[in-house]
Structure formats: structure tokens, C-alpha cells
Design a protein around this ligand. Structure first.
Ligand code: ZN
Length: 328
């Protein structure tokens, strides 16, 4: 089987091909999860990924499969296995080739964990692919976040900005563990409802459904990063700000980039991606013969895998357009 970058991640054997996280919707494509840079309609996906797609785009066109259910596209046998990134996120296993998509080998509170598995060829994401991109212990940062939520929400109030798919639900679960039920924006609520339908326990109230008095007395608001910190602050953020609420950002970039800490009172470096150490360990435990890196610091990560693990590694190569066209 050949693997290369063409209209997505293309797997080709003889005259047949399939596309993982394809660049456009197509029935011979499979998507890893519902973040917009990966999601395309008319492809194969998990049921929760389809639910997020419907909520966010209105499109219902997809063929769904359960985790660990084997299915075929163009005679290739595939299987979705948990990626531990966001609800429904999957690594895609195809006959000895494992594509991680966005994945988290440390595990999440609300979206499971990515476990290494034996493969011949590993296609691994390299968002944090540089050797210095090592995140602090996830559980310790979650404890810090919980302590901050409990202390701040009871006093001046707290606004937390986080990605509405994935991070916001980790924040809600963390608040719940500290005995706090947050108020959330409509966008965060629509995604969190999908988590609940898929068996994740989350307690929250939707701001727009509260009475005026309840809105005024809200102690913790979980909203999107843009609403919390951007110029377009909505009514919920403005109300909280008026009474002096503190603001926090929850993002892996809080550990590496100054911009992530700008205009917030606190930053918590929690990521739904792997960091450099997690990726090196994951690659080693999958024990592949060949590694291809995609997304982010592809060259740096490939170099380190080659150097530290002695495994053949390179950024996923592009394929000449003219050669592939005759196969499709
Ligand atoms: Zn993602």
C-alpha cells in the first residue's frame, strides 16, 4: 500500500484509493473528528462526529460506523478506534496503517484516550512536534483549574474561554467535580448536549434560557475563546465583566506562547492534543516500520523520531497529481 498527501491523506493499492480527512466531501473518504479542518460531509465517520456536523453545519450526509466495527471502502478494510481528542474522535486503522488524526494519549475527562497499537505504518499528527513543546502534567493543571474555578466563581465570578468542541466540556466536567455548575453559551451548550447524549455526565445551564435574575447572579461562564476575549463580547460576557469577573483561557498554547496569556487573568495549559513527549512514547509503543508526520511541526518531529527512536520517519510526501489522476 502506498501512502501520500493528495486531496487529503491518500492510501493507494493497485488502482484503488481511499482518502483520510479528505480536502473535500467524498464517499471514498473517512474523517477522524468534527473539528472544521478535518470534517467533510458525504464521508465515513463515527455517529457522534455526525451529530456535531449536523449541529454545526446542518449537513446530514454521512455514513456512520461504531468504534471497533470493521467496514470497507473500495476494498480497504477500516476501523475507527478512540483518539481521546473530542467526542467521537477516532484514529483510523486500515490494514496495518494507523492514522492518529488529532489525538491525546494522556486521556481526557470527557472524550476517552488514544491507546498505542501495533502497526507497520504510522501517520501521526505533529501539532506539538518540537522537542521543547512538552506540556505540564495534565492532572495537575486540571487540579489548578478546579481550585481557580472554586475560588474565583464564589467571589467576583469567572469567565473561561475555551474551544467549544472539546476543551469547553473538559472545563465543565472540572467545574462539576469542584461542585460548581457553570452557565454556558448557546454554542457550548449545543456541543455539550451531544456529549450528554453519548453518555458523558455534564451539568450546566444555558445562559439564554435563564431568567434575568439568574443571569445576573451567574458565578461561572464557560464560553468560546472568541466570545471571552475577542472584540465581539456577547451579553453574557459583558454582564459578568460588569461585576468584575476574572477571565481565564484554557489552551495548550498557554505553555508556549505569550499571546495566549494576553488579556486574561489566568491561563491553564491543557491540550486535547499530544505533546512532544507523549508523541515520542506513543510512536515507540506502536512499533511501526515507517512513520509519516502531518499537521504542524512535521519536519522537526520526523527528525526526532529518526534520531531518538531509530525509526524511518518523514513528513507525509506529496504525490504527483498527474500520476494519481488516472486511478480515480
Ligand atoms: Zn481537532
Amino acid at each position: 500500500m502506498e501512502v501520500f498527501d493528495y486531496k487529503g491523506i491518500c492510501l493507494k493499492r493497485d488502482k484503488r484509493a481511499i482518502y483520510l480527512d479528505p480536502s473535500s466531501g467524498r464517499p471514498d473518504g473517512a474523517v477522524s473528528h468534527a473539528h472544521s479542518d478535518h470534517l467533510k460531509p458525504k464521508t465515513h465517520m463515527t455517529e457522534p462526529t455526525k451529530e456535531v456536523m449536523i449541529a454545526r453545519t446542518g449537513s446530514k450526509e454521512a455514513t456512520t460506523h461504531k468504534f471497533h466495527e470493521k467496514f470497507k471502502i473500495n476494498d480497504f478494510e477500516l476501523e475507527f478506534v478512540s483518539a481521546g481528542h473530542v467526542v467521537g474522535s477516532a484514529m483510523i486503522d486500515c490494514e496495518g496503517v494507523l492514522y492518529t488524526g488529532d489525538y491525546n494519549p494522556y486521556g481526557t475527562v470527557t472524550a476517552g484516550i488514544a491507546k498505542p497499537q501495533d502497526c507497520d505504518t504510522l501517520i501521526v499528527e505533529s501539532t506539538y512536534g518540537k522537542p521543547d513543546q512538552v506540556l505540564p502534567d495534565r492532572n495537575e493543571v486540571l487540579s489548578d483549574l478546579q481550585a481557580w474555578i472554586m475560588a474565583t466563581s464564589a467571589k467576583e465570578g469567572a469567565i473561561i474561554g475555551a474551544y467549544s468542541l472539546g476543551k469547553a466540556q473538559e472545563v465543565i466536567a472540572t467545574a462539576n467535580l469542584g461542585g460548581v455548575t457553570p452557565v454556558v453559551s448557546d454554542v457550548v451548550a449545543s456541543v455539550s448536549d451531544i456529549y450528554k447524549r453519548n453518555g458523558v455526565k455534564l451539568e450546566y445551564n444555558t445562559y439564554s434560557e435563564l431568567t434575568e435574575n439568574e443571569q445576573k447572579t451567574a458565578e461561572l461562564l464557560v464560553t468560546s475563546t472568541t466570545a471571552a476575549n475577542g472584540k465581539k463580547q456577547d451579553e453574557a460576557v459583558q454582564n459578568m465583566r460588569k461585576k468584575g469577573a476574572k477571565t481565564a483561557r484554557v489552551s495548550g498554547w498557554c505553555a508556549f506562547s505569550e499571546w495566549a496569556l494576553r488579556s486574561v487573568d489566568a491561563g491553564f495549559p491543557i491540550s486535547d492534543h499530544s505533546d512532544f513527549s507523549g508523541t515520542m512514547k506513543f510512536v515507540e509503543e506502536c512499533n511501526p516500520k515507517q512513520v509519516y508526520t502531518v499537521h504542524g511541526s512535521t519536519k522537526e518531529l520526523a527528525k526526532q523520531i529518526q534520531k531518538q527512536l531509530g525509526i524511518d520517519a518523514q513528513p507525509l510526501p506529496k504525490y504527483g497529481q498527474t500520476s494519481i489522476e488516472k486511478y480515480n
